[in-house]
Design a protein around this ligand. Structure first.
Ligand code: UDP
Length: 483
């Protein structure tokens, strides 16, 4: 029998990237591959938890911030980079990981690396060791194709105002955007700035990597999976949704990424007291934050919708600590019908509960996929990153959600969504004929997601093809003695 294929996984230092990488590691080991995650201490907890539950995953720790970094020692993950001056320091710290990672690769001697797109230097590391590097973006193929065509054609340069719509050329669907939805780093294009420079390095190193693994499934975005291969000429494997790929117990479902800020039994008891499809779940991921004014509008809009809701408010610089944004007497008025979770919610557990009737989401890819897997209609509220593309997928291609009307790419949600828009969008997905159609389509994709990961399903087969290809290409490439 041939030696077990050994894959080293290198996630970025952010919860939205680490969570699916851990799911990926569990999937790989369940299919007979040897897997080692290289992680920082702040993200090691969930990996140790998975190992204790019987997943045979290797774990190698590297320090973060690394030696030579100008980041304060207590800043250990992306969500803590709350002021603009910290971003270049964070990016510099990521690049300083190259040396310690290469030392580990020397010891581990893997056959291949799956590394996050935010670690572009891993393409050089893989070349040094003569092994293939696979990229993990953490976002959809749809978003990848959209951003690639946006970058190539720059259609936002052909409009005369921020509100004039333009179509991104050369995509399978006619997707219309306005200039304010385009990422700032594309509009500014100053290569000296840290983010545009990193984006350029990411594109360049992605281009010379072996291929991409997508946390998605073919049936969800087939036209884009084909576009990626045939039009952009790249290799890609759809092997998800990764969250459905592993047998997970109730505890693992409740604790993903971090310990919850609410007792999961209390949360379940609250949900159990509600009727089918009656609760709106509102959460904006692990990084995005809201100004007090936008939180206030959201609070009033949710209350006016008349629906029961769970709302996750992050504890951070802008939110949670000082609650002046909360309307007077709010918590008394919503008692019994509105549950505010301050901090981290057991999101997948909540979404899977039959009482959940819709999901107000920032459209981070993990959250979008979790909403799809739960079969719930969505209210899309993109803020930055790839989220405006994911909104298009949900509202125009899958038609499993409606937009709240967020039109501005911004690091902190600070303007643009009035209370009336929140109320209206929530009501649209919760009741009426339109909502019924949306709910039926959402259930259809939930079913498709499950089929994709079953034995013989598209993602199951795609992983087989991925492993076969890596097994063929491993031996001649590998350089055993790199100094
Ligand atoms: N998440 C969670 N509880 C929270 C907030 C987020 O479990 O209170 C999880 C969520 O389920 C998802 C991830 O954190 O898996 C967030 O990733 P996503 O891509 O949606 O957004 P990001 O945080 O990267 O913007």
């Amino acid at each position: 029998m041939s030696r077990q294929l050994h894959i080293a996984l290198l996630p970025a230092i952010a919860h939205g990237h680490m969570i699916p990488m851990l799911d990926m590691a569990m999937l790989f080991t369940s299919r007979g591959l040897k897997t080692t995650i290289i992680a920082t201490p702040a993200f090691a907890g969930p990996i140790k938890g998975a190992r204790e539950s019987g997943h045979d995953i290797g774990l190698s720790i590297i320090n973060f911030p690394p030696k030579g970094s100008s980041l304060p020692d207590n800043l250990v993950s992306l969500d803590q980079m709350t002021t603009p001056d910290l971003i270049p320091k964070f990016l510099e710290a990521l690049s300083l990981l190259q040396e310690p990672v290469e030392q580990l690769l020397q010891e581990l001697s893997p056959d291949c690396i799956v590394s996050d797109t935010f670690l572009p230097w891993t393409a050089d590391s893989a070349a040094k060791f003569g092994i293939p590097r696979l990229v993990f973006h953490g976002w959809s193929c749809f978003a990848q194709c959209g951003s690639e065509q946006m970058h190539i054609h720059k259609p936002y340069k052909n409009v005369s105002s921020d509100s004039e719509p333009f179509v991104v050329p050369n995509l399978p669907h006619e997707l219309t955007f306005v200039r304010t939805q385009v990422p700032q780093f594309l509009l500014e294009e100053t290569r000296a700035m840290s983010l545009p420079k990193l984006r350029e390095q990411m594109r360049e190193s992605d281009g010379r990597s072996y291929g991409v693994v997508f946390n998605s499934f073919y049936e969800l975005e087939s036209a884009y999976a084909d576009h990626y291969k045939k039009v952009l000429g790249r290799k890609g494997w759809h092997i998800g949704p990764l969250l459905l790929c592993n047998e997970t117990g109730a505890k693992e479902k409740a604790v993903r990424g971090k310990e919850s800020s609410i007792d999961e039994h209390e949360c379940l008891a609250w949900l159990d007291s509600k009727t089918l499809n009656s609760v709106v779940y509102v959460c904006f991921g692990s990084i995005a934050s809201f100004t007090p004014a936008q939180l206030h509008e959201t609070a009033v809009g949710l209350e006016a919708s008349g629906q029961d809701f769970i709302w996750v408010v992050r504890k951070g610089k802008n939110e949670g600590e000082n609650e002046d944004w909360m309307p007077q007497g709010y918590e008394d008025r919503i008692k019994g019908r509105g549950l505010i979770i301050r901090g981290w919610a057991p999101q997948v557990m909540i979404l899977d509960h039959p009482a959940i009737g819709s999901f107000v989401t920032h459209c981070g890819w993990n959250s979008t996929l979790e909403g799809i897997c739960a079969g719930v209609p969505m209210v899309t509220w993109p803020i930055f990153a790839d989220q405006f593309y994911n909104e298009k997928l949900v509202t125009e291609v899958l038609r499993t959600g409606v937009c709240v009307g967020s039109k501005k790419w911004q690091r902190v949600a600070s303007e643009g969504v009035p209370r009336e828009a929140v109320t209206k969008a929530v009501r649209r997905v919760m009741a009426g004929e339109e909502a019924l159609g949306i709910r039926n389509r959402a259930k259809y994709y939930k079913e498709m997601a499950r089929k994709a990961v079953e034995e013989g399903g598209s993602s199951y087969n795609s992983l087989n093809a991925f492993v076969d290809e890596l097994s063929i290409c491993r031996s001649p490439l590998k350089k055993q003695d790199v100094n």
